[in-house]
Design a protein around this ligand. Structure first.
Ligand code: NAD
Length: 496
């Protein structure tokens, strides 16, 4: 369906706008979701002209890596002509008056029906003042929809997240706020619900009677790169666990929604997060491990503390692994092992659901307890591969009745993957549709902080012995030991 809307992008000269927002809007334009009735105001401090802004937008589209002649293509030019630039300091009230006048003019020119999407592609410390000014200077219309998109980080703990939320809630209601967790825009993450609730063989086994444990690995091969400034204030726990990993856990552990709608899904996900056990400080230290990368084995890559912009004594973790538990009745007691880190052996995100051993191995003649069959494992490849793997035991083809493990594998082809909309494109499309299914509700964000804050506090009270893992490995030995003490291993490390 074609949409009518005005986008106002705060931080229009920034990295996020350039790399993600302009290319995503272009793809929506190419596909006809946006046609003649849309306009974009980009605002930031730099004194750009509209003409310069059009060049930037066309370059962003070209740099997105599609057809190389796109910069000059008629379509990109036509698309860019919908963009307007307004130099703006977010703290200056008068600028909002200028912004409102431009917005009203564009509303009329493009027949936008008062529909406005405010995208805050800026540091969160500005969110409160922007939201307050949008309200006080009457940019928020009363004859169309008004939707606010914000990006992580949503605070650095529950207290600051609540302050941030109170600030934006003074101007926007919860159903107008779209909190982006780009993992929720990924096809493979959205497919979790289809796998769980669209297959009887999966849904009937998705319980503590049959699942032994669940493992989630979000591994990055790169180091901190240019993000040291932000990373030094965050660390892997805040950057990856509080949001992406806990969102994934909520999708894996939630009860079945009665219908796949935004409100049903939100309620089930909130419940799922409320069911994750919030540890005491002692439990957090027992169940969570942190790490920071050192040099690689060949000494060619720098350790974290010698990256540009990091503190030489930094206590920031670039690696986290831990064990969480849900208290919901279906999966109570099933350990959920999570792991994420930088400079790991390879970039890959995978979820493995490990099933219990068969009760008795009738094919074994020795009667030894230790001669167990391999466990069935259902693996979800999230990225860069997308697909599924199922590990089974079958007869080995020999004279005697031997058993051997095999796996069924399904990988999306490059052509199939190319057709999948990129996460930001999908999410912006959802905002235009008013579909909040793939956005984080405040209750989810708050509960995720409650779970993570205890771990953070426990770690902050003790000095870490960093660096403690070699770049190119899968993290510190303590992360392996975390599973070994439960007589388990990371499936991820064995399957590749
Ligand atoms: P950036 O530093 O590249 O851009 C910030 C923008 O804010 C610039 O356009 C700058 O001109 C503008 N700005 C700063 N101070 C201003 C002021 N006082 N008045 C008006 N404009 C001002 O940052 P970014 O990487 O684009 O990130 C923006 C937000 O998105 C951040 O909150 C970041 O954490 C989040 N985010 C970014 C990415 C990414 O891929 N870049 C991914 C996830 C989340």
């Amino acid at each position: 369906m074609t949409q009518q809307a005005l986008f106002i992008i705060f931080g229009g000269t920034g990295d996020l706008a350039y790399r993600k927002l302009y290319p995503s809007l272009f793809r929506l334009y190419e596909k006809g979701y946006l046609k003649d009735n849309f306009a974009v105001i980009g605002t930031a401090r730099r004194p750009w002209t509209d003409d310069h802004y059009h060049e930037v937008v066309m370059n962003a589209v070209a740099d997105d890596g599609h057809e190389s002649d796109r910069t000059n293509s008629e379509l990109a030019r036509k698309f860019a002509s919908h963009f307007y630039y307004q130099s703006h300091n977010v703290n200056d009230t008068e600028h909002y008056v200028a912004l409102r006048n431009l917005a009203d003019k564009l509303d009329e020119k493009y027949d936008l029906q008062g529909n406005r999407i405010y995208y805050l592609a800026m540091a969160p410390r500005f969110f409160g003042t922007i939201a307050a000014h949008l309200k006080s200077e009457k940019l928020i219309t009363d004859h169309g929809y008004n939707r606010l998109i914000i990006e992580k980080p949503f605070g650095r703990d529950l207290k600051t997240a609540k302050e941030l939320n109170d600030d934006i809630s003074a101007a926007f209601s919860e159903d107008q706020i779209y909190r982006i967790d780009h993992y929720l825009g990924k096809e493979a993450i959205q497919s979790i619900a289809a796998l769980r609730f669209g297959n009887q063989i999966v849904s009937s086994l998705w319980n503590k009677e049959h699942i032994d444990n669940i493992q989630i690995t979000l591994a990055e091969s790169l180091g901190v790169e240019e993000r040291a400034g932000y990373y030094e204030t965050a660390g892997a726990l805040r950057d990856m666990v509080q949001n992406h990993i806990l969102q994934i856990i909520s999708l894996l552990t939630m009860e079945k929604p009665s219908k796949y709608t935004a409100s049903e899904l939100r309620d089930r996900k909130v419940e799922a997060l409320q069911n994750i056990k919030v540890y005491s400080k002692e439990e957090a230290l027992q169940n969570f491990v942190r790490g920071q990368y050192g040099e690689d084995a060949d000494h060619t890559q720098s350790d974290y503390r010698h990256e540009e912009g990091t503190d030489e004594q930094s206590q920031i973790e670039t690696f986290v692994s831990g064990k969480l538990e849900t208290e919901n009745k279906t999966l109570a007691g099933v350990p959920i092992y999570v792991r994420t880190g930088k400079r790991l052996a390879r970039k890959s995100t995978q979820i493995s659901v490990v099933f219990k051993n068969v009760d008795t191995n009738i094919f074994d003649s020795t009667d030894a307890d230790s001669n167990l069959l391999d466990q069935n494992v259902l693996t979800l490849y999230i990225e860069p591969d997308q697909g599924y793997r199922l590990d089974l035991n079958v007869k080995d083809g020999g004279q005697t009745y031997g058993i051997m493990p095999i796996h069924l594998d399904y990988h999306k082809t490059a052509a199939e993957k190319a057709k999948i909309p990129e996460a930001y494109e999908k999410l912006i499309h959802d905002v235009l549709d008013g579909n909040r299914t793939n956005f984080a509700h405040w209750h989810e964000v708050a509960q995720a902080w409650r779970i993570v804050d205890v771990i953070r506090e426990a770690w902050d009270s003790e000095k870490a012995d960093f660096p403690n893992y070699v770049s190119g490995s899968m993290g510190p030995q303590a992360s392996q030991d975390l599973l070994k003490r439960d007589h388990r291993n990371w499936i991820f490390d064995a399957t590749n």
